[in-house]
Design a protein around this ligand. Sequence first.
Ligand code: COA
Length: 183
Amino acid sequence: MKRILNKFKRSPKFDLIELTDIDVNEDPVRPELDLSFRTKHGRKIYGLKDEDGDIAAIMCFAFTNEVPKSIEDMNLLSIDAEGQSIHRAGVQGTIAIAYTVWAKKKGAGKHMVNEVYKMIKDSHHLNRLVTLSPLTDMARNFHLKNGAEELQVNDTTQNFEYNVTLEEWEKYLEKAKKFFKIK
Ligand SMILES: CC(C)(COP(=O)(O)OP(=O)(O)OC[C@H]1O[C@@H](n2cnc3c(N)ncnc32)[C@H](O)[C@@H]1OP(=O)(O)O)[C@@H](O)C(=O)NCCC(=O)NCCS
């Protein structure tokens, strides 16, 4: 009975909002990156606003045309992309690099990924969603469980990619295949 009721439960609504002021010390992954680093050269901070009006998770992005292997790489590649965008009416980079994510409420990390996935899929100029993650099991498990593929493991980071070219049903099929360990 509980299962049937759960089926009819309304799924929670979230909004992605751009934030310009956060406490970077709350970031468990990269607290050393200050607010200025996170907002210059076209970089953006997004918060996941839940139905209670709370910011339940935060994800930070840089926009580049190549996949970075380190934060230093990402810095230079986003400066490059910013330079190129001057000739392309403010459209910067084709790859969204998620270089940190953290949940302030349990389960919100997953919803953050889902909302960002939709945003990039709907975007007209971004065509890839790639992470620049720390070399931790938490990051690895989290991204693989949410449907990303490992792109590469680097000296100090690892990159995962969420395939934004997949249709919604294909994304669920990929997740199901992973769950049942089917190739
Ligand atoms: C990773 C994070 C965003 C996930 O948040 P969430 O979606 O709200 O969900 P949960 O905390 O329920 O964890 C989801 C999955 O992440 C992975 N995970 C979470 N904590 C973990 C840990 N301590 N060790 C290994 N994997 C872990 C697991 O796959 C977990 O799924 P499971 O509970 O079914 O095993 C959150 O744990 C967090 O803020 N971590 C600190 C920051 C961080 O490491 N970010 C990831 C790299 S950028």
